[in-house]
Design a protein around this ligand. Structure first.
Ligand SMILES: [Zn+2]
Length: 288
């Protein structure tokens, strides 16, 4: 083992300082001591510092409770905020629960933690510097749900962009909470470390499917898809509506369960190809 470690050390010496050791040098330990170790020490500290910063940041993301001044509990939710929490939060959470309970991944004994980041800098801190998002959860790391500044009494988030919020009628604050909570449920059902490897259309499409709780017209959206409407293209609209259509069609039209779709996710290209045909049929779903 020691012999092999020394060989690795010499290899690193070659890689790090671009120097081929003298083949006549018989004492490898001398070579390591003279050449590799000092340079390794120089490299070690920045590496350790960077590692410490990353671990500290993950700690901040995982345990943000002390940084939020206000807290309340309601049903299976714990809610924190950087501003006083409006009493209307119970109505919002009731509606979020109604949406979440349409999912077969939901159970009433699951707990959810929601953090309202009303200050933009705070959202940037907890949403990995993305200040335009409505909500965010890094379910592979923590089940914490972060929500942007919101008007709880009116069940809405404040638009992240100038002008009216896109698709606002179908996306109240309770939708955003249910969407992010669905990511938590997906992580619990399919594995937090495996979830990022499932297709984006499936993860986001199902979160929207649950978040909107049936507030979605499949036939109308197929019509828009065939017309190449930008609302169904995430790259253009930043909406998950196209992904939602894929999932809604597989589940509501073809009768698939979400667990069976996750077991064998079809290709999104294939789904879109079928949906654009004259009479989309479920043969694709049945072969998966
Ligand atoms: Zn999402």
């Amino acid at each position: 083992m020691t012999e092999r470690l020394e060989q690795y050390a010499i290899l690193l010496d070659i890689i790090l300082i671009d120097r081929i050791p003298d083949p006549a040098l018989k004492d490898r330990k001398t070579l390591i001591t003279l050449h590799w170790k000092p340079r390794a020490r120089i490299l070690r500290w920045p590496g350790l510092c960077l590692g410490a910063v990353v671990m500290s940041y993950f700690g901040v993301l995982s345990y943000p409770q002390p940084a939020f001044a206000y807290h309340t509990s309601y049903r299976q939710f714990d809610v924190w905020s950087d501003r006083p929490i409006d009493a209307g939060i119970s109505t919002v959470l009731d509606d979020a629960t109604r949406r979440m309970s349409t999912s077969e991944l939901y159970s009433s004994d699951q707990k959810f933690r929601v953090f309202f980041c009303n200050a933009t800098w705070r959202l940037g801190l907890y949403a990995l510097f993305q200040t335009k998002v409505g909500g965010m959860v890094y379910s592979w790391l923590t089940p914490n749900i972060y929500i942007r500044n919101s008007v709880i009494a009116e069940n809405r988030i404040v638009s992240p962009r100038k002008g009216p919020m896109r698709d606002a009628a179908h996306r109240p604050l309770s939708y955003f909470i249910a969407h992010e909570a669905t990511h938590v449920m997906q992580a619990r059902a399919f594995g937090r470390f495996y979830l990022p490897f499932y297709p984006t259309w499936l993860n986001e499409g199902y979160a929207d499917y649950v978040g909107k709780a049936g507030d979605f017209d499949i036939a109308d959206n197929i019509r828009l898809l065939k017309a190449n409407d930008p609302a169904l293209d995430y790259q253009q609209s930043r909406l998950y509506r196209g992904y939602h259509l894929d999932v809604a069609w597989l589940m509501d039209t073809c009768g698939m369960s979400i667990r069976s779709i996750y077991a064998h996710p079809p290709s999104e290209k294939e789904i879109i190809k079928v949906l654009k045909t004259e009479n989309p049929n479920c043969a694709l779903a049945r072969t998966n």
